[in-house]
Design a protein around this ligand. Structure first.
Ligand code: ZN
Ligand code: ZN
Length: 257
């Protein structure tokens, strides 16, 4: 699998893109930053968008991505998410007020946008991939995704607060790559807990309960204004716990495994 980091930030700032990961040119995980990162020809190769939750930093580019399917492509853009997320997208974005209801354009049968509800803990076969939504603890209905192809396995957390249940659910599964969120520095633990996000202290406490440990661990969703401080803290904990296979993602990084 090849993962292109289109965006890895949990907030907006000059030079920092919102969360979006492209897998093998065809699967998009979250749609925070797509339209200004990928040329249109590559946008039109995306066949499935898997959305972890409806927060704006994970869906911002979805309306404009769909819009680009109007012209040249005969294909639909398929969006997979929990049913609550689909309701939010339909009610608040594709509602003919903020943006057109592309599930009816040009008509309901051959629309350029199609939504597919996901059930938690149920494996979906999507092309040659197996995708499973795993519940996470965030302020809105949310999930992470296990994605498998040819014996290779990825976990992408989306947003989640400190949640041992999540790591317990992943126990016993060998991951080649694990991408997990970390949003605030340790001094903002109160805000992190209230908004259901991780700090370095809490993440290092939880992630190493995983057994077996993933081959590679990547961290995303740092708030850009605290990025340098969070990286310093992550380096501190890496030294403290003798961890080598963990790094903070940057935009446009490519992970192949
Ligand atoms: Zn987010
Ligand atoms: Zn969120």
């Amino acid at each position: 699998m090849k993962i292109e980091v289109l965006g890895s930030s949990g907030g907006g700032s000059l030079g920092y893109n919102l969360s979006s990961f492209l897998i093998d040119e065809t699967i998009l995980l979250d749609a925070g930053s797509v339209i200004n990162v990928l040329p249109v020809e590559r946008q039109l190769k995306i066949s499935g968008v898997f959305i972890t939750h409806a927060h704006f930093d994970h869906i911002r580019d979805l309306p404009l991505l769909v819009d680009n399917f109007l012209g040249e492509s005969k294909r639909s853009l398929e969006v997979y998410a929990l049913k609550e997320v689909i309701f939010s997208l339909k009610d608040f974005i594709f509602n003919n007020k903020i943006w057109p209801d592309f599930t009816k354009i040009p008509n309901s049968k051959e629309s350029i946008l199609k939504f597919f509800p996901l059930k938690l803990n149920v494996t979906l076969n999507f092309q040659e991939y197996k995708v499973k939504a795993i519940p996470t603890k965030h302020t809105v209905p949310s999930c992470g995704f296990i994605i498998e192809k040819n014996g290779k396995r990825l976990f992408y957390s989306g947003d989640t607060g400190p949640d041992l249940e999540l790591w317990n659910a992943l126990k016993g599964i060998k991951f080649d790559v694990l991408i997990t969120e970390l949003s605030f520095p340790d001094k903002m633990e109160d805000i992190a807990l209230a908004s259901k996000h991780y700090t370095p202290r809490l993440l290092f406490k939880h992630i190493f309960t995983l057994e077996p440990l993933p081959d590679m661990i990547f961290i995303f969703h740092l708030k850009p204004i605290f990025r340098n401080l969070i990286i310093e803290e992550v380096e501190y904990y890496k030294r403290k716990y003798h961890v080598k296979n963990l790094s903070v993602l940057s935009d446009s990084e490519v992970i192949e495994f």
